[in-house]
Ligand binder design. Structure first.
Ligand code: ADP
Ligand code: MG
Length: 715
């Protein structure tokens, strides 16, 4: 018999299957039932999904066929019961059902749930009699759990099931080659691939199916970790120039700091220093809460590079961020920063900013200075990666906000360092939960800043439901005014620039209107409390010059209230800002709100943050705001976020966004991930190319997106 999809499905079927991600027999085998109907168990008839296809199992109470009054034909009413409640199902022109569906039988029905005269019913469902011997079904079918697959348009469940069962018997043996090493299966008591497929598609027992389900998790965990471990092993082969703390610049910098480094900064600094002092390239992730002092740590590493005679580059995802980093570095270095490449003292540092919007001539000169080694540290955006940017002796790259940079981009930059590769420090603006670091960033070594500098973080946050308490807005405006009175600035954050329509999610009909950022500014300006205050806008559609001018005016106090989009999210340092008011706060993520809030109280003075929403206090979205208001601990919020927002979102923001993890939960399966790591290390240490496990290699390419899977080249 044939083992190809084409012989079981028409072109149209295959189109529908493709929408479900099924284009091969292997995909079909991995298209698992969502649940099973177990013989003898009845499906609760309450709460069937109206308008959707349901598969249910119930006992027949009565069957009654009569002639229709207005039309020709018959109608057969079948009354079924789940032990608690009953439901009537009507069949048209199938009077033979009288004989087949006898009272007392337990039958599986599948059909669309509809409402008829206020009662739920199934519209001409297909059915399968479990108790009677029907020639279509083997006794084995009737006595085993009945799989319920996710719906594939145009293909009946039973037809899909049959095709899978036939294919399980006739498919090429290669389809059953196991990605899991047999020793691992034996140790963990996991079924073989063929057994596990069978236990999903024609399950022998619930226990066997449960065991198979464990197997799918282990497969994914092993694939992820094998990929990471192998990539890490490859990194360790990459030769780099050792960067040693030998010069005067880093020492002078340490002495000039107006504060003591935290124990955490010292520890992480030592981790980085040890790494970059080696002949193999560092690949390290630095993460920590907003304000934990990552910039200082990164700058110290860059100064060590410069002391060793190398150049350092800092890569930021946006121009605003690059500019902010440049300014922070400027501030931290003070008079240690050289005024220009030509005017620099011995222990001074030549720092430059490169962005896409620089005038062409300036950029050309800067490129020349970089290529001839006249610049020590360059901060920039993607412009740094263009073909025209060359370095004289690039030794260290600091990448800010890792997740927005793909692997390919990092490779492009690395290629600029010539024969040796630069050391790489990846910085995350927000803390990363341990379980995520272990999976998503497992090819990197991880440094964590888990301590806040003393005297910071004096922020009180209030979640306010304007829906429940409309008049609290006036009180908030009054507080903004009082802050301005004492020379303090307020950030007002708004989720969009333009006005937008409110649409009914069901009908798509426009039911209302939401103002844009300019409307908000007008509303504040026209309020009694704030009419005498200077209120300006800041958003991504303004030119760089306009943005710079506005920020400068806000920093100096010429602007009292800055109404802004999230362009201020990361990095912006305005010490005199002590108030933040977020409108439509429910539209922002937990991590984003925490990040935003980090913008106020930067000088250590008491700050306030208001999270405003129209959502009522008993709404789920308000619960999230309450959570943010309840703690200043970014690590705790990151964990909460992972749990409440779902992993897809968390992964989606990372370079693994395209990965198709279907069974492994980063949150719940941490122990599996951890153990898979050990197993992967053992495997890769003896078989770096996985030549003894070709099926694992294939599976890695299946699970990881093409851009990032590394074994594609190997296979
Ligand atoms: P992050 O990038 O982690 O959000 P930054 O490096 O921007 O944090 O530091 C936040 C602020 O704290 C900066 O103004 C910085 O100068 C200051 N800072 C950094 N380290 C310390 C420290 N050890 N003690 C006091 N202030 C510090
Ligand atoms: Mg920073």
């Amino acid at each position: 018999m044939s083992a190809r999809l084409d012989d079981y499905f028409t072109a149209r079927d295959r189109g529908a299957l493709k929408k479900r991600g099924i284009t091969s027999v292997a995909d079909l085998f991995r298209f698992f039932p969502r649940r099973f109907l177990v013989p003898g168990e009845k499906t609760p008839l309450g709460g069937l999904p109206l308008g959707e296809t349901a598969i249910l199992q119930a006992e027949v109470i009565s069957v009654d066929t009569r002639r229709m009054q207005r039309r020709r034909g018959t109608i057969t009413d079948v009354l079924v019961h789940d032990g608690q409640q009953s439901m009537k199902i009507a069949f048209f022109n199938q009077r033979w059902l009288d004989k087949q569906l006898a009272p007392g039988l337990t039958v599986v029905f599948a059909g669309k749930v509809e409402e008829y005269r206020g009662q739920l019913t199934l519209n001409s469902p297909t059915w399968l009699n479990r108790d009677e011997h029907d020639e279509k079904w083997t006794p084995e079918d009737l006595n085993s759990p009945f799989p319920v697959y996710p719906r594939v348009k145009g293909i009946a469940q039973t037809r899909l099931w049959k095709a899978i069962k036939v294919l399980l018997d006739v498919a090429d043996p290669a389809e059953f080659e196991d990605p899991l090493p047999s020793a691992m299966r034996a140790d963990l008591d996991l079924p073989e691939l063929r057994t596990a497929f069978n236990d999903m598609h024609r399950p022998r027992s619930a226990t066997a199916t449960e065991k198979a389900k464990q197997r799918w998790k282990w497969e994914e965990a092993l694939a992820l970790q094998a990929e990471f471990v192998s990539r890490k092993a490859d990194y360790e082969q990459l030769e780099a120039t050792p960067l040693l703390n030998v010069g005067a610049r880093s020492e002078r910098f340490d002495e000039s700091l107006p504060f003591y480094l935290t124990a955490s900064q010292l520890r992480v600094g030592a981790e980085i220093e040890a790494d970059i002092g080696r002949r193999t390239a560092m690949h390290r992730l630095l993460h920590g809460d907003v304000g934990s002092g990552k910039t200082v740590v990164a700058l110290r590493a860059m100064l060590t590079a410069v002391d060793s005679g190398a150049q350092a580059a800092m890569l930021a995802p946006t121009e605003v961020l690059a500019t902010q980093h440049f300014r922070s570095i400027e501030n931290l270095l003070g008079d240690q920063m050289a005024l220009s490449p030509l005017l620099s003292g011995d222990d001074q540092v030549r720092v430059a900013l490169m962005t896409g919007s620089m005038p062409a001539r300036e950029r050309k000169q800067l490129a020349l200075d970089l290529a001839t080694g006249q610049i020590d540290i360059v901060v920039g955006t993607h412009a740094l990666m263009s073909d025209t940017t060359m370095f004289d002796r690039l030794g260290l790259i600091v990448v800010d906000e890792q997740h927005r940079f793909g692997v390919e981009q990092r490779e492009a930059l690395r290629a600029k360092a010539g024969l040796k590769v630069p050391h790489t420090l990846v910085m995350s603006a927000t803390p990363i939960p341990r379980t995520v670091a272990m999976t998503v960033f497992a090819d990197l070594d991880v440094s964590t800043l888990d301590e806040m500098p003393a005297g910071t973080k004096n922020i009180t946050t209030h979640a306010v439901s304007l829906g429940d308490h409309p008049n609290w807005l006036g009180r908030v405006r009054q507080l903004i005014d009082e802050a301005a009175e004492t020379g303090r600035g307020t950030f007002v954050v708004f989720p969009r620039i333009d006005p937008s329509d409110i649409e009914d999610p069901e009908t798509g009909e426009v039911t209302g209107h939401r103002g844009g950022i300019e409307d908000l500014r007008e509303r504040l300006k026209n309020s009694e409390e704030l009419q005498s205050r200077s209120i300006e806008l800041l958003h991504g559609r303004m030119s760089t010059a306009e943005k710079d001018w506005t920020m400068a005016a806000f920093v100096s106090g010429d602007i009292d209230i800055l109404v802004s989009t999230t362009v201020i999210e990361v990095g912006v340092d305005v010490p005199r800002a002590t108030m933040m008011v977020v409108f439509e706060a429910e539209r922002f993520g937990v991590a984003q709100l925490h990040q935003l809030r980090g913008r106020v109280g930067r000088d250590g003075s008491a700050a306030m943050c208001f999270l405003l929403t129209e959502a009522p206090e008993d709404d789920e979205s308000f619960e999230r705001l309450r959570e943010v208001a309840g703690t200043l601990d970014g690590f705790a919020l990151a964990e909460y976020d992972l749990g409440s927002r779902g992993e897809g979102d968390v992964l989606g923001a990372s370079q693994w966004g395209g990965s198709s993890l279907q069974h492994l939960s980063i949150l719940r399966d941490a122990p599996i991930v951890e153990e898979a790591r050990d197993i992967a290390e053992k495997i890769i240490s003896v078989d770096p190319d996985l030549s003894s496990l070709p099926a694992l290699r294939t599976f890695i390419n299946r699970v990881l997106p093409a851009e990032s899977a590394h074994f594609i080249e190997a296979s």
